[in-house]
Design a protein. Structure first.
Length: 366
């Protein structure tokens, strides 16, 4: 049986890795190496369904002077503990850190690897454009296959590299959506299909940047001046400023609080790609929520604008306010379009894992 070596950083949600591993086990043999980086460490929270080694060697892409050394040390640790001759294919679950280590090991042992780009990769590249091209581009160029979770990630990278580089990378790219935790698919919900009078907005994101909040708060204030009854809940961001009585803050974000927040509100505002590691737009769709999102981000490409979502400039309070009014007025119609998407097979791991097996096959994994 072919062996797949999974390399993942500590900001990768282990529950998602389990969904993939549990479905592919028996077709391939899975094992993993957890590589510490600069994100949260969630290894203790979830028991992985495959043999896993925690690497003591960190691989932090924010380190300006020691990153290459970190990658080399992490690769050496893998060599010392895993018979590389048995590994058929490496599956890196991020460009940094897993991808960099896979690239180093591929150079040493000529083992092919695939990259599944992570939202945290996009955020790091946005904040460090030169580092992105210098350290991220080679990892992508040498991957046998590259998996993007949506077209937004491809658009994001395409805008930051040359056309020649883009042609080489995207010729080997595949789009496989990021799967939802089965919890959301087992608890699908639709709001009452009415035109909203009292509109409840939710802005939620994982490690949400405080600068995401200000334009949305100003949009709420603009709507108040026009006598629209609008409230805002902000989840996943610690804001110390007093945002007023119409804004509710939920600093801690877990599945339970997110679930309740999605049920308690009407329209979801997906934070900009640069302002959150995970935008939760698929979770919002599972709960029947129309979405307002930044242009060419969030559910861009899933449906025509105005069906399940509205694209706007999330830096413009005026544009956000205008789209809130549109979504409120067309709430019943948008709910119907969302209902047509349920049961969200696009985000179901029972479908997604087959896509990964096809990628493994085309990359030399079988």
């Amino acid at each position: 049986m072919k062996q797949i070596l999974h390399l993942y950083a500590d900001n990768f949600p282990l529950s998602r890795l389990n969904e993939l591993v549990s479905r592919t086990e028996g077709v391939v043999c899975n094992m993993g190496v957890a590589i510490p980086g600069c994100g949260r460490d969630n290894r203790a929270a979830t028991t992985l369904k495959m043999p896993t080694l925690p690497s003591p060697a960190p691989c932090d892409p924010t380190s300006l002077f020691h990153y290459d050394k970190m990658v080399s040390q992490a690769a050496t640790f893998v060599e010392q503990h895993i018979p590389m001759s048995d590994v058929t294919l490496m599956h890196a679950h991020s460009i940094w850190s897993g991808g960099a280590v896979a690239y180093e090991l591929s150079c040493r042992h000529h083992i092919p690897y695939i990259i599944a780009a992570d939202q945290a990769d996009m955020r790091f590249w946005h904040e460090n454009p030169q580092r992105g091209r210098k350290t991220g581009l080679p990892v992508l160029e040498h991957a046998e296959r590259i998996v993007f979770h949506d077209t937004n990630q491809q658009d994001f990278i395409a805008g930051r590299i040359s056309d020649q580089d883009a042609d080489r990378i995207f010729s080997r790219a595949r789009t496989i959506p990021d799967g939802l935790d089965p919890f959301w698919l087992q608890n699908l919900y639709l709001h009452k299909p009415v035109s909203l009078v009292h509109t409840r907005l939710l802005l939620a994101g994982e490690q949400l940047s405080p600068k995401s909040v200000s334009p949305v708060k100003r949009a709420v204030q603009l709507l108040h001046k026009k006598n629209y009854n609008v409230t805002l809940t902000v989840a996943g961001c610690s804001v110390t400023d007093d945002l007023g009585p119409s804004v509710k803050i939920l600093p801690e974000l877990n599945q339970e609080t997110l679930f309740q927040a999605l049920r308690d509100n009407d329209i979801y505002i997906a934070p900009r790609l640069a302002d959150s590691i995970h935008p939760f737009y698929a979770e919002a769709l599972s709960q029947g929520m129309p979405i307002i999102h930044n242009s060419h981000e969030a559910p861009h490409g899933l449906c025509p604008d105005g069906e399940i979502s509205y694209a706007t400039d999330l830096d413009s309070a005026e544009e956000i306010a205008a789209k809130v009014l549109l979504a409120s007025e067309r709430f019943a119609t948008m709910e119907q379009h969302i209902a047509d998407m349920h049961p969200l097979h696009l985000f179901n791991w029972d479908e997604i894992y087959r896509g990964y097996l096809r990628v493994y096959d085309s990359a030399g994994g079988f």
